[in-house]
Design a protein around this ligand. Structure first.
Ligand SMILES: [Zn+2]
Ligand SMILES: [Zn+2]
Length: 281
């Protein structure tokens, strides 16, 4: 078993196209396994292709990022081609559905009942419809979810809580990645048995660390969110999965625990949640 699991990386990003082999090699040298996450259909296909290239240590998630959901009026089947994602989800290297979720961060402030307000409401409704489809896909394929959420935690919680009550056999495993909510919201996720993950942004003081300090370790996992963010402050290098030890060290610092302890617990958690992630052969 690896020492660290990067539960959220984007290895299909252009910035890695020249030296992906070295990026993965550096991660494996740090005893780090990687889940490379798709943000739309093409990126999900690339994620699966990348996972296929490495016999062990690289896995894929397939999904549609909420910011890639169209804002125009569309029929449900045009919004997401679930058939295509469903086929992709059957691949043995796919360990999760994601990313999917809600992102209201960049929505403009609009006056009520203005034409702009109608457009904003339509975009939110489309994100929710797409999310619901991916919840369905996760349940059908018995795969955990990698959820993305910015400025929309109460809406996301409402959808998942409703889904949890109405869909038989959905056990709601999954991770809210790059967690940005407050303690109250975190607790509602834990009540649904969802876990949350932290990135290197911690190092730069970007989080309210209260949640991390108070939360049960049983629901904590780690991620790089590479190539975004970086775990080395003031350093202009691109972020990589091989920086996971510094994410674990930062979390350990906030929790006043040993880095090795945080690494062991978060890796065990990731393996429990992403239960198709296991050594080959
Ligand atoms: Zn995300
Ligand atoms: Zn992401």
């Amino acid at each position: 078993m690896p020492k660290y699991i990067d539960t959220h990386a984007h290895l299909d990003a252009d910035i890695y196209s020249r030296d992906i082999e070295n990026v993965v090699k550096a991660a494996l040298a740090e005893d780090t396994w990687i889940v490379t996450v798709g943000s739309d259909y093409n990126s999900s296909v690339r994620a699966v292709e990348i996972a296929e290239r490495f016999p062990e240590g690289v896995y894929a998630a397939v999904g549609l990022h909420p910011l890639k959901v169209p804002g125009v009026e569309l029929a449900e089947d045009k919004l997401v081609n679930l058939e295509m994602f469903n086929e992709l989800a059957k691949h043995p290297k796919v360990v999760a559905i994601g990313e999917t979720g809600l992102d209201y961060h960049d929505l403009p402030q609009v006056r009520r009942n203005s034409p702009e307000a109608v457009a904003v409401e339509r975009l939110k409704a489309n994100q929710k419809k797409a999310l619901t489809k991916f919840l369905q896909l996760a349940a059908e394929n018995r795969l955990p979810l990698l959820l993305h959420c910015r400025d929309a935690h109460d809406d996301l919680l409402e959808i998942i809580e409703r889904w949890d009550k109405t869909s038989r056999g959905f056990d709601c495993r999954g991770i809210i990645h790059h967690f940005s909510g407050d303690w109250k919201q975190a607790r509602r996720y834990f009540n649904l048995d969802l876990s949350i993950s932290f990135t290197a942004l911690l190092v730069n003081g970007g989080y309210q660390t209260e949640v991390l300090r108070k939360m049960p370790l049983s629901h904590l996992v780690l991620e790089s969110e590479c190539p975004h963010l970086t775990s080395i402050p003031w350093n202009l290098r691109r972020n990589e999965p091989s920086f996971m030890p510094s994410v674990a060290a930062a979390v350990a610092g906030v929790r006043r625990q040993k880095t090795a302890e945080i690494a062991a617990i978060t890796t065990a958690n990731a393996l429990r949640i992403l239960n198709r992630l296991r050594p080959q052969g």
